[in-house]
Design a protein around this ligand. Structure first.
Ligand code: UDP
Ligand code: MG
Length: 335
């Protein structure tokens, strides 16, 4: 992403050719939706009278998505098709799209037509009117299964809002608009794309939310199952940790330490009470040793896990190792 930021500096000879807006869409097995998607995007964006590019990322699809993209590139001049070497996941595909894009404002959405491109002008208007850094969609009448999707989302949204302090209603909505600065320095991996608002908020971004429509998936099927919930929760833990640790490390370790200390003291007090009141012999009580050991190792393991998590992040950021590899970038031509 640093590359794109660099390329954006004003002394760059090609500065004028950068579009105002980049729409980034990750695609995995979306060959059927794709032509409709591009059509709807063009219909929504061309009337705006602004320069834009459609950065469509094929995330190693097994179907004909890449071929359809190449076809489209032959006649849609605004298209930038990024073809990844294999399937890297939605977050990595989006990161690839951000890196390949050059617009000052970036809009993301899903490629399965569940988000409506016609909502994009509304997001842009809000971004500019309220001078925000990020505007996130809030899906109305969400067209997904109740038990397998809506309920987990409801709980996840509440939890994420509480943990991160960013009070959005709908973290799972891919339809968002960002100023480039928000994503240009972000190191994404795992399922972190859905925490972009939280990560941006930590960096001081102003965030807004607008209601958007949501359609049922027409072609293909969702690429995700319940295992995503688990991965998202683990990423949430990381985000929470980053937020806490990077600002007040003592709040993390101090709280756990205090809790353990209190429990230990309570057990000790209980044993001392037994000795004083009943005259029991506590010197050789396994309870004492066991409780203290359990607490200590629990605290140590917890802190260790968190440190390891932070270490992972440092690792991801210091390695400079890309989370995706590009096979080809095909630029659209006037048809
Ligand atoms: N996607 C991707 N790589 C993957 C899985 C999904 O690029 O490994 C894309 C997919 O094509 C779609 C978006 O991410 O554009 C959201 O995926 P999906 O519709 O399957 O998720 P859901 O709507 O069920 O949350
Ligand atoms: Mg979908």
């Amino acid at each position: 992403m640093a590359r794109a930021a660099l390329a954006h500096s004003s002394d760059h000879p090609a500065a004028e050719r950068f579009p105002e807006l980049s729409v980034v869409v990750p695609l995995y097995n979306e060959e059927e939706s794709l032509p409709h998607l591009v059509e709807k995007l063009l219909a929504a964006l061309r009337p705006l009278g602004r320069s834009f590019e459609l950065v469509l990322v094929d995330d190693g699809s097994k179907d004909g998505t890449a071929a359809v993209l190449r076809d489209l590139a032959a006649r849609v001049p605004e298209l930038v098709a990024v073809l990844l070497r294999r399937n890297y996941g939605q977050t990595a595909a989006m990161a690839a799209g951000f890196d390949a894009s050059s617009g000052g404002v970036i809009v993301t959405l899903d490629g399965d037509l569940q988000n409506d491109p016609a909502d994009i002008p509304m997001l842009l208007a809000r971004l500019e009117q309220d001078d925000l850094d990020l505007v996130s969609g809030w899906r109305q009448q969400r067209q997904d299964g109740a038990l397998d999707r809506l309920l987990p989302s409801l709980l996840a949204n509440r939890l994420i809002a509480r943990v991160t302090g960013v009070r959005l209603h709908d973290y799972g909505c891919s339809l968002k608009a960002y100023r480039r600065e928000v994503v240009s320095d972000m190191n994404l991996y795992g399922e972190l794309h859905r925490f972009l608002p939280a990560l941006a908020f930590i960096e001081g971004a102003r965030i807004g939310e607008v209601r958007v429509s949501h359609q049922a998936r027409r072609y293909g099927r969702s690429n995700y199952g319940i295992d995503r919930t688990f991965r998202v929760l683990m990423d949430l833990l990381t985000v929470w940790f980053m937020k806490r640790f990077l600002t007040r490390p003592m709040h993390v370790f101090g709280f756990a330490g205090l809790l353990a200390l209190l429990v230990g003291l309570a057990i000790a007090a209980w044993l001392v009470g037994e000795k004083l009141l009943v005259g029991a012999d506590i010197g050789n009580r396994p309870l004492l040793l066991m409780a203290v050991l359990a607490i200590l190792s629990g605290v140590q393991l917890f802190s260790f896990g968190l440190l390891a998590e932070l270490q992972m992040r440092t690792y991801h950021e210091s390695q400079g190792r890309p989370i995706y590899r590009v096979r080809a970038i095909v630029r659209g031509e006037p048809g």
